[in-house]
Design a protein around this ligand. Sequence first.
Ligand code: FES
Length: 306
Amino acid sequence: MSSSQARLFRRRGGRSRTSRPGLGLLSAPAGLAGRLEDAETLDRVTQPLAEAIRRGLPAGGRDALHGVWAGQPVHPALVALPLGFWTSATVLDFVPGSGRASRVLLALGLAGTVPAAAAGLADWSSLHREQQRVGLIHAASSAGASALFAASLAARMAGRDSGGRLLALGGLAAVATGGFLGRHMAFGLGAGWHDLCRVYELPDGRLARRRLGYLTLTVLRQGGDVLALADQCAHLGGPLHQGSVADGEHGPCVTCPWHGSTFRLADGTVVHGPATARQPAFDTRVVEGGMVQVRPSRPSRRAHAR
Ligand code: FES
């Protein structure tokens, strides 16, 4: 973005990134996760790694690991398997005579980490920077947990059952740490602002399609204003970015190319059916450097921040 373009968008209401609430108001674990989000030094690892994963994985493979075929992310479901096996093994450690069952469960948990880690890395590589910083520590905790459970299994196989049980307890603690950070990422992804694209990459006055994690958005730029709706029509899923835009008494509206439903771009209100449900809308803002950020809009909130 040129300096004159940056001045233009700032004059038209582009705002700086909002500051984070004081960490003193947050619980200690949430405060730690917040500090990880701000730890820009982690970018030296996360950025090249994410780039390498994105380049190394073909688009079809990425989609499969994201869970596009399942209609929902598969990483959380895959993670549940090793977690369940390892928790069961650790509980069985307190039941006399169940050493063999514990070993089998530990081995199954280790086998389950492979698909879970692959799906997690694919998801992580598509997050924005703040989530990737937290995700790096989440992945390190999970890898540490796997190493501890592997060491636990090895110790048991060598006849050192007591040491194996202690290592399993350590693995469970590492899993809990990784799980907390994973939840923090998932929550943050749903609740915060997310980088979408540079404002100058959007055509002026024409609909564009942009990806946001698992979502696809229809985006309209009008000068310095950006409006965004979910791309899949609330009627039967038509691609709104292929529809037409018109300015009328309701402001800029998009008409679906499939059956003609018309939605207000500012907040997704239905102007004409056959759709009867509001189209999911997003708040937008343009921050320093011309980055367009979006977050899910509540019906009571204006769909753009100006
Ligand atoms: S799918 Fe959009 S109007 Fe039917």
